[in-house]
Design a protein around this ligand. Structure first.
Ligand SMILES: Cc1ncc(COP(=O)(O)O)c(C=O)c1O
Length: 425
């Protein structure tokens, strides 16, 4: 089927939830994708952090073929060979003792919120009102289901679906005073993306994470981290919190776990897990044999790639910082490992640059209006970084001159420029 006929049919038949680029992808291999016209694209987004081993990785392909011919699904009323082994691997690398498997990021996050409330109910039964308040962060993103929306600190995602789950307050991200002000004995969980992804690749500050850890420990509340985008090797460690030396009570993962098959997980401590019992939570599809077998294979590869991710991440970050020195329009360069971002000074410029790169056969994405986000597969080489940085340099140069200047000027008057803020600091 051609791009024209697919897009015509979709326009008639699907809920209009996506603004797709006019490209029909038909195959992938390694760091490349090919469209229906045979054009090749260097994938520096990897399905928003999913295809961490690139496309059609031979070990993943072989595992899918083998497992699909044996057993694809069995309900959670029975055992299969892979959930226990996958839980063993995940608990080993996370330092947490228990796992629950589901199908997506948002579902993992829902489960984590339920865990926080259930844990509070169990631990405050004796005539006391259970802790119930959840502190979530401004600018965060946790998914599209109701609990996830209720804890997502961006009004554009929340407002159309109000009223949402009660009991959530938002803390200014990385603001120690605001966290101290809003935390009290009614709080059952403090929820943080270790690196905010949709919010523009903004890492949590060490002091802030340490304070959240201290406050939750002292009061018996839970520290719940969302590593759906930044976890599982993306930053060069198994988990982003391992850069900080803070161990959460609960962490959620998903995106790359089964290399494109739907699989998410909640990881937690033995102590927290005690609040669960049969029937309290569950899923039909989550943790099936096909997805779990693939995830075991993914974790084998991920372990081997951590050093490479750190090295390539440093190389990429240094190259982006060099671009920062050349381009006034760059406001900030942020990120860890292969989760990198360049913030520019106008949404128009970010849009134009992403578009031009796509025309040149490089896939990146724009998030939070002005942030160019890079989530390449862990298997990229220096030559791929060089190609992207060179194309970015040219695209910035070209579009800094030409875009809708009036619109850019207007945007610039709103928030303070980060470069200037840094200079003042
Ligand atoms: C940090 C974070 N949490 C949760 C989600 C939701 O995951 P999913 O789209 O698999 O439901 C995302 C998705 O982008 C995410 O980046």
């Amino acid at each position: 089927m051609s791009l024209a006929s697919v897009s015509r049919m979709e326009a008639k038949l699907l809920l209009p939830t996506y603004e797709r680029q006019p490209i029909l992808f038909v195959r992938g291999r390694g760091v490349y994708l090919w469209d229906s016209r045979g054009k090749r694209y260097l994938d520096f987004l990897s399905g928003i952090g999913v295809n961490a081993l690139g496309h059609n990785h031979p070990a993943i392909q072989a595992t899918i073929k083998r497992q699909a011919s044996r057993l694809i699904h069995v309900s959670n009323l029975f055992f299969h060979e892979y959930q226990a082994e996958l839980a063993r691997l995940l608990t080993q690398i996370s330092g947490l003792g228990r796992a629950f498997f589901c199908n997506s990021g948002t579902e993992a996050w829902e489960g984590a919120l339920k865990l926080a409330r259930a844990f509070a109910q169990m631990n405050n039964r004796n005539g006391h009102k259970p802790k119930w308040r959840i502190l979530a962060m401004e600018n965060s993103f946790h998914g599209r289901t109701f609990g996830a929306l209720a804890t997502t600190g961006q009004p554009k995602y929340r407002a159309p679906f109000a009223p949402l789950m009660p009991g959530v307050s938002f803390v200014k991200f990385n603001d120690l005073d605001d966290l101290r002000r809003k935390f009290d004995s009614s709080v059952c969980a403090v929820c943080i993306e270790t690196i905010q992804g949709e919010g523009g690749i903004c890492p949590v500050n060490r002091e802030f994470l340490e304070l959240a850890s201290r406050l939750t420990k002292q009061s018996g509340a839970l520290l719940v981290l969302d590593e759906i985008q930044c976890g599982l090797g993306r930053t060069g460690r198994h988990f982003a919190y391992q850069h900080y030396g803070v161990l959460p009570d609960v962490v959620t993962v998903a995106k790359p776990l089964a290399c494109g098959l739907p699989l998410g997980a909640i990881l937690t401590t033995e102590r927290v897990a005690r609040c669960m019992h049969p029937g309290l939570h569950g899923t039909t599809f989550g943790g099936g044999p096909l997805a779990c077998a693939v995830a075991i294979e993914f974790l084998r590869a991920e372990r081997q790639l951590l050093k490479h991710v750190r090295a390539l991440g440093e190389y990429f970050h240094a190259a982006l910082e060099a671009l920062d020195k050349k381009h006034k329009s760059i406001q900030d360069v942020r990120g860890a490992g292969l989760m990198q971002a360049v913030e520019v000074d106008s949404p128009d410029l970010a849009k134009a640059v992403a578009k031009q790169l796509l025309q040149e056969g490089i896939i990146i994405n724009r998030t939070h209006e002005t942030v160019l986000r890079f989530l390449p597969p862990y298997v990229i080489q220096k030559k791929h970084v060089d190609q992207v940085v060179k194309a970015l340099d040219a695209a910035l140069r070209k579009n800094e001159e030409t875009p809708n200047k009036e619109a850019s000027k207007k945007e610039r008057t709103a928030p303070p420029r980060r470069k200037e803020a840094h200079a003042r600091a």
